[in-house]
Design a protein around this ligand. Structure first.
Ligand code: FAD
Ligand code: NA7
Length: 604
């Protein structure tokens, strides 16, 4: 019962069910608190042999006090540790130690404490954003955890260290290369601000790559150290299921080991897709190769038009390369198309060429070298027109495939979506096989972003091992496309909002703006753009937030928190801006799109 005077929590029955299922699914379960000396005593006294059976439930979560109330109702015991063995309530510290001394605890344990049904409580397959977060959290909660991480080299032989896509071949090197490009622009602007320099300023690819790779190396090392500190066993080996609860791990030398666990979390991420045309795997690179490419790519064709493609094209152009983007249909599918087109138009103004409505059909090598020379033959998507062009490098960025088809899921009956290889899960990230969970990029219909994978992994571990019931919220997740003109967004693209709510129920406020920093160099006026989409039926609640301008990610993050709190247009009007910033436009926007009024800016 909840304490007198307190009302029962709305999910009291659910909580009771959760505690019962925790008790039922653990051989030894100790409800505990991290700082409780008696809990530690029980654990130490039972020794390392019993360690594997322990679910040390630390009351870290919001649910902690409520779980304690459920326990009072179940056991009449308010204190911790509160120990259960094979579903039987043993009691607190003294009762448990006594049961150990008189042998009744061993009897309860059945075949004795030296029987090990599984090697680990949890095996996580994939040491990327999601896998590392989940494994470390589970280990912090007292579980015995193994992480298997292995990078299959690209067709050109590129490989990398621990940490997954984001750290090695994703967010981190991408943002740093974007920064390299922004610095080039800043150098140009600086003359207008009085900086004088005579030297010819040019970019050195090798220096940039070396510096970025050194930084990534330090992150790889940091991940290994933190796994060790948290006593997570790390194996640099490729994992595949061979039977229920059992994986085979194959290391770089081909040596095989076998490992079992009570539960598994799949966090294997995705790898770049290839075109499937002659010459693609032999001569082209993907983002997996680009960030450590030992030579400057030179004149580059980027194939694909989603954010990976546009970001790479953007920073390559920004460091002075001749860059073209081959677009099959539209820019940034899935994003607000008005914003996408504006981001693309800005790139075009700054020298990126777009070859629209063409797809490559053949890549031929004209000359070997670093870089060499390639001939690209492409066909129009609207007719039989053929395009031919010569480039030093062709970067394919046409999407990524989930790494789920070669990990033995068929051996244990985990279902995947055959169309895209992704894994359907419940809202608790559980697959159709109850002891197997999945997180991150491999989830069907979820967002492919690092913070999403991390959040899902952490919350999953807390639900599995700390009695938490908090689920990952996949709604209103903010993101930013780091094109030269950054595009940040949260909530719905305008076209989705119209589809879901109907145009007449929406009010869109928008404005162009000119960041103060750009006025003195006199560049790019009326290219930055801000827009919010409000739901008239819900008090003008902001359901879409879009900004195209410098530091869009920094701007969007704060507004995302406000949107989570139910931001409305009125609240924005009441918010006082910070002057002079770009973000302040959101507090002063008053032109509705439906009014058709002019939004061009004469000054900042
Ligand atoms: P990953 O981080 O991909 O980790 C999976 C790991 O599992 C990998 O190390 C893989 O080698 C390993 N593995 C696979 N199969 C096995 C196996 N059988 N056995 C052992 N190990 C295995 N997200 C953002 O939030 N912001 C960004 O700015 C951003 N930029 C990006 C830029 C690029 C170019 C790319 C490609 C991605 C970007 N992302 C960005 C997406 C982000 O990197 C992913 O969403 C995130 O890494 C997903 O994490 P994950 O844990 O699902 O998988
Ligand atoms: P996306 O978001 O899957 O987009 C793929 C892009 O590549 C998109 O523009 C496609 O055009 C285009 N594409 C797909 N197939 C082809 C072929 N065969 N030829 C030409 N163009 C093609 O991929 P990203 O790589 O940008 O990002 C994937 C995830 O990785 C992302 O969510 C991040 O988490 C990291 P379409 O619009 O379909 O015509």
């Amino acid at each position: 019962m909840p304490p007198p005077g307190q009302t029962r929590l709305p999910d009291w029955d659910g909580l009771k069910l959760r505690v019962r299922s925790l008790v039922g699914s653990h051989r030894v379960l100790v409800f505990s608190k991290s700082y409780c000396p008696y809990c530690l005593r029980v654990r130490q006294r039972l020794g390392p042999d019993a360690e594997q059976y322990f679910a040390l439930l630390i009351f870290l979560t919001n649910d902690g006090p409520s779980i304690q109330e459920v326990l009072v109702e179940m056991t009449n015991q308010r204190t911790v540790p509160n120990v259960f063995v094979n579903g039987t309530h043993v009691g607190g510290c003294d009762a448990t130690l006594q049961a150990y001394q008189n042998g009744s605890l061993q009897k309860l344990l059945g075949s004795g404490t030296d029987v090990k049904p599984y090697d680990y409580d949890l095996i996580v397959i994939g040491g990327g954003s999601g896998g590392l977060a989940c494994s470390k959290e589970a280990a912090t909660l007292g579980k015995k955890v193994m992480v298997l991480d292995y990078v299959v080299p690209t067709p050109l032989g590129t490989s990398w260290g621990l940490g997954g896509t984001c750290v090695n071949v994703g967010c981190i090197p991408k943002k740093l290369m974007h920064q390299a490009a922004l610095l080039g622009q800043a150098l140009k602007d600086s003359r207008k601000f009085g900086w004088q320099y005579d030297e010819q300023v040019k970019h050195n690819w090798e220096t940039m790559v070396e510096a970025i790779q050194n930084y990534i190396g330090s992150l790889n090392w940091g991940y290994r150290v933190s796994l060790r500190e948290k006593t997570v066993t790390y194996l640099n080996a490729y994992a595949e299921f061979i039977e229920p609860h059992k994986v085979k791990a194959t290391n770089r030398k081909g040596q095989e080991t076998y490992h079992t666990a009570e539960r598994f979390v799949l966090a294997t991420g995705e790898r770049p897709r290839y075109l499937g045309i002659p010459g693609d795997k032999e001569y082209c690179i993907t983002s997996d190769d680009l960030f450590s490419l030992p030579y400057c790519p030179g004149k580059t064709l980027v194939v694909g038009a989603s954010y990976v493609a546009l970001e790479c094209a953007g920073f390559l152009a920004g460091i002075g390369l001749d860059v073209s983007v081959m677009v099959r249909s539209i820019l940034l599918r899935g994003f607000d198309q008005e914003m996408a087109e504006r981001a693309g138009a800005h790139m075009e103004t700054h020298g990126v060429k777009f070859i629209r409505k063409f797809v490559p059909i053949q890549i031929e090598r004209l000359e070997e070298g670093m870089p060499g020379r390639l001939k690209v033959v492409a066909r129009s998507t609207e007719g039989s027109d053929i395009f031919e062009g010569e480039y030093n490098t062709v970067l394919i960025a046409i999407g990524r495939d989930a790494c789920t088809r070669n990990i033995g899921l068929d051996k244990i009956g985990v279902r995947i979506n055959e169309k895209n290889g992704k894994i359907p899960v419940s809202d608790e990230e559980q697959t159709n096989v109850p002891y197997v969970y999945a997180i991150g990029d491999i989830l069907d219909g979820k967002l492919e972003l690092t913070p999403v994978a991390i959040q899902a992994g952490r919350l999953l571990a807390r639900r599995l091992y700390a009695g938490s019931s908090i689920k990952c919220d996949y709604v209103n997740v903010p993101t930013t496309v780091f094109t030269p003109l950054e595009y940040g967004c949260c909530g719905l693209p305008e076209e989705r909002a119209v589809k879901e709510y109907g145009e007449h129920n929406l009010e869109v406020y928008h404005t162009l703006f000119w960041p103060l920093e750009w006025t003195v160099p006199n560049r790019d006026n009326n290219t930055c753009y801000a827009k919010i989409i409000c739901n008239k039926l819900a008090n003008n609640r902001v359901i879409g937030f879009h900004v195209l301008g410098p530091n869009a990610g920094e701007i969007t993050q704060g507004f995302a928190a406000a949107i989570k709190c139910g931001l409305t247009k009125e609240l924005l009007n009441e918010t006082i801006g910070i002057h002079p910033t770009s973000a302040e436009v959101f507090t002063t926007m008053n032109v509705t799109k439906s009014s058709g009024q002019e939004i061009t800016q004469a000054g900042c």
